[in-house]
Design a binder for this molecule. Structure first.
Ligand SMILES: Cc1ncc(COP(=O)(O)O)c(C=O)c1O
Length: 414
């Protein structure tokens, strides 16, 4: 049976999440399939921005650290993330960027493990570049001579040894959308005495995550993708409660001190999740992220997952139906059980095709060397959009619109 526009519109009419789309300010006529890169603007963020700037900053000035409770934002926002990732209310804090947070948690995990004579960090080839770069930098800069080993994900659990300190993996791969089995990998790592750090950047708000259920040790994730926190929004850190008060992290700034305003000369960690904080939080950015998180407070994650699977399945099916023999290969798992909320295709002309699509009002993105990436944020992507996106892709290919000179030169951000 082939999928029709009629069927997709019917699915939209019975979609329990359909009303969330109205909470976002999406340009008319645009099909936005890039919420995995930068989430859409929640309408309420505009009023919140005005409030935090004009009232809290403009009028409240320094008093707002107390009167507007700025000082507790990192924890309060962290608590709002916990239901999305299966963590306890006290296990998550919002701060800094994913890159910086990864440095902190891997260093913390490593410090615990080095005491037991374990020095090896394992990750996979093709993990998100910043994850790999942070690990490389960390190995060069930390005492105790940590070593970085790169192994295909399928080999990692069998190769963990008494040398292995930490395994660092991205739960949903940024390029392929392939989802690791968090529970199985964590269990196998623990059996060998290793810890695991999960990067949840492409999982949080896209697929239900159960960190506690997987007995996860540490995790980090991004605020500007599916959480719709705005460009460069702060990221988050999860540390399992069993490590609170037992870990050390090298960016030991005053916001992680047990008494920041006692102004003491020597660092003394606070002993709870705030120990992962470093310096003054980004108040304006946190305020906008909170708007995105408050929307998720009303979302049923099982419904979200069901919609995400349907959206991604429909996209794959329609590409096969309408764009067969156009040179595309599916670069994401066909099995939705191991796929996040994105679908990637490969094509040798991937960059130009994505530019032509954007020109036609369908926004996806390109990842070198040949990936066309489409993210499906279930809060605002409609089933009808899938139809229109694939029809546009077909048109771009049939009319060879991608050959236009404008689409050949790569811009700084792809
Ligand atoms: C898996 C993963 N980790 C980290 C990042 C980005 O980290 P940062 O926000 O520090 O630039 C991304 C961005 O796309 C990502 O996909």
């Amino acid at each position: 049976m082939t999928l029709s526009l009629h069927t997709l519109r019917e699915w939209d009419s019975t979609d329990p999440l359909a009303s969330f789309r109205d909470e976002f300010d999406l340009p008319d006529g645009l099909i936005y399939l890039n919420g995995n890169s930068l989430g859409a603007l929640p309408k309420a963020a505009k009023q919140r921005a005005q409030q935090v700037i004009e009232q809290e900053w403009g009028q409240g000035l320094i008093r707002s650290w107390n009167t507007a409770d700025w000082v507790n934002q990192p924890r309060r926002l962290g608590q709002k993330i916990t239901p999305l990732i299966g963590a306890k209310a006290e296990e998550v804090v919002v701060a800094d960027s994913t890159s910086v947070n990864l440095f902190k948690v891997v260093a913390a995990a490593l410090a615990l493990q080095q005491k037991k004579g374990r020095h090896e960090i394992i990750t996979e080839p093709g993990n998100f570049p910043t994850d790999r770069y942070i690990l490389q930098g960390l190995c060069q800069s930390l005492a105790g001579d940590p070593v970085l080993t790169t192994l295909p994900a399928t080999e990692i659990t069998d190769r963990i040894s008494e040398q292995t300190a930490v395994v660092v993996l991205t739960h949903v791969h940024y390029k392929s959308g392939q989802m690791h089995d968090m529970k199985a990998i964590t269990r196998k790592a623990h059996e060998q005495g290793a810890l695991v750090v999960w990067d949840l950047s492409h999982s949080t708000g896209a697929v239900p995550v159960d960190l506690n259920g997987a007995d996860a040790d540490f995790a980090v994730g991004c605020g500007y993708k599916y959480l719709n926190g705005g460009p460069g929004a702060p990221a988050f850190i999860y540390v399992a409660e069993r490590f609170h008060g037992k870990v050390e992290q090298p960016l030991s700034g005053w916001f992680g001190h047990s008494a920041p305003f006692a102004m003491l000369d020597d660092y003394e960690a606070v002993g709870d999740i705030r120990q992962m904080l470093t310096g003054t939080p980004s108040v304006v950015a946190n305020s906008l992220l909170e708007v995105g998180l408050d929307i998720y407070g009303r979302v049923d994650m099982q419904q979200l997952r069901e919609k995400s699977v349907r959206l991604t399945d429909a996209f794959i099916e329609l590409v096969e139906q309408s764009c067969a023999d156009r040179g595309f290969t599916l670069a994401s798992p066909k099995d939705s059980k191991v796929r996040g909320s994105q679908v990637s295709l490969t094509h040798p002309q991937g960059y130009a095709i994505v530019q032509a699509l954007i020109d036609q009002g369908v926004i996806g993105d390109y990842r070198a060397p040949d990936i066309l990436r489409f993210g499906f944020a279930p809060l605002y992507v409609r089933f009808e959009d899938i139809w229109l996106a694939v029809e546009t892709l077909k048109n771009v290919m049939d009319k060879e619109l991608w050959r236009d000179e404008r689409f050949q030169k790569q811009q700084a951000v792809t």
